[in-house]
Design a protein around this ligand. Structure first.
Ligand code: SF4
Ligand code: SF4
Length: 313
């Protein structure tokens, strides 16, 4: 104890609760699919200590193929509403079919009763209001599920969006929120997010408020263009950005140009990853490249080290 410190060592501090550790949230994104983003995230997951992994690429989730999560919790993802006719109360007026502007109401082939196609129903609620028998329920729509799982690298939160289901931005926000909750509960210091590709709503939902984004790109003209678009997005939402060029040795001049442009736009450069057939082998075997080793694995370790220093995590 310091000299002059009047507080006895056993006295409880702030209601006997320890302050939670600071949580850094790194979101790995790319301007488009196929840049190797998920392979990088999976390897980061192996290298990181005290980490919660979140797969926010909910439209095409594939991180689970490498990290083999064991599902511990399953939750329905509810978003919006859909109309469902209670057949026992329906007297067949057909008003619902007349008022539906989305052609969601049809007649059952065999019974001739009115039924609502859940894929066509837009959840506007007009038929619910106008049904003379009040025979239509307006129920929350199940659009998918999200999971809390365990992996050898740590807890993982991931999700599955239902077929033809929309609102993946809301599901992304749910996965991020739950990953942070799991991090707090387990006193983890890093949340590692596999973000969606592109620059649409799911990407915005995945980066807003994050500690930083790492943009994984490739040394092509389209790679440079996509990187600029996501960099602009990160800048718009005031999220610090870093860039990593994957398979850089396939076009060293292109890699130079991308890094130069990224630096001009205010991004940090966190290293390059070489082309290495081991990456493909790792995908085929459902493992991470750092587990298999090789040149790309060496590069990923360097990039992770740089990212940690950049994020101070
Ligand atoms: S409006 Fe109501 S009562 Fe009429 S067919 Fe539709 S569900 Fe049945
Ligand atoms: S809720 Fe709207 S979209 Fe759905 S069936 Fe009724 S009128 Fe059609």
């Amino acid at each position: 104890m310091r000299t002059g410190d009047a507080r006895p060592a056993s006295l409880p501090i702030a209601g006997d609760q320890e302050l939670p550790p600071r949580i850094s949230e790194l979101v790995v994104i790319s301007g488009k699919g196929g840049t190797g983003k998920t392979s990088v995230v999976a390897s980061f997951g192996v290298l990181a200590d005290n980490v919660v992994i979140a797969d926010c690429d909910v439209d095409a989730a594939d991180l689970h193929l490498v990290l083999s999560p064991v599902i511990g919790e399953t939750h329905s993802f509810l978003s919006g509403y859909e109309a469902v006719i209670r057949q026992d109360d329906c007297c067949g007026t057909g008003v619902c079919r007349e008022v539906c502007r989305f052609d969601a109401v049809g007649k059952h082939d065999h019974t001739g009763r009115f039924v609502i196609d859940p894929l066509a129903c837009e959840g506007c609620g007009v038929c619910v209001e106008l049904c003379p028998n009040r025979a239509i329920d307006f129920v929350e729509r199940t659009c998918g599920a999200w999971y809390v799982s365990s992996t050898p690298s740590g807890p993982m939160v991931h999700a599955r969006l239902g077929i033809a289901a929309e609102n993946s931005g809301k599901l992304v926000a749910t996965v991020r929120r739950e990953a942070t909750r799991v991090a707090v509960a387990n006193r983890c210091t890093t949340v590692l997010v596999d973000g969606p590709p592109g620059i649409g709503c799911p990407v915005i939902a995945s980066i807003t408020g994050a500690s930083g984004v790492l943009i994984v790109t490739e040394p092509t003209v389209s790679g440079a263009h996509d990187m600029e678009r996501v960099l602009a997005l990160a800048r718009h939402f005031d999220v610090p950005a870093a860039v990593c060029v994957n398979r850089w040795d396939l076009n060293p001049d292109g890699a130079d140009r991308i890094e130069s442009r990224a630096t001009d736009l205010g991004a940090a450069i966190t290293g390059r990853i070489r082309y290495d057939p081991t990456v493909t082998r790792a995908q085929v075997e459902g493992r991470t490249v750092v587990e298999l080793g090789g040149e790309a694995a060496d590069d990923v370790r360097v990039v992770w080290d740089q990212v940690r220093r950049w994020l101070k995590c």
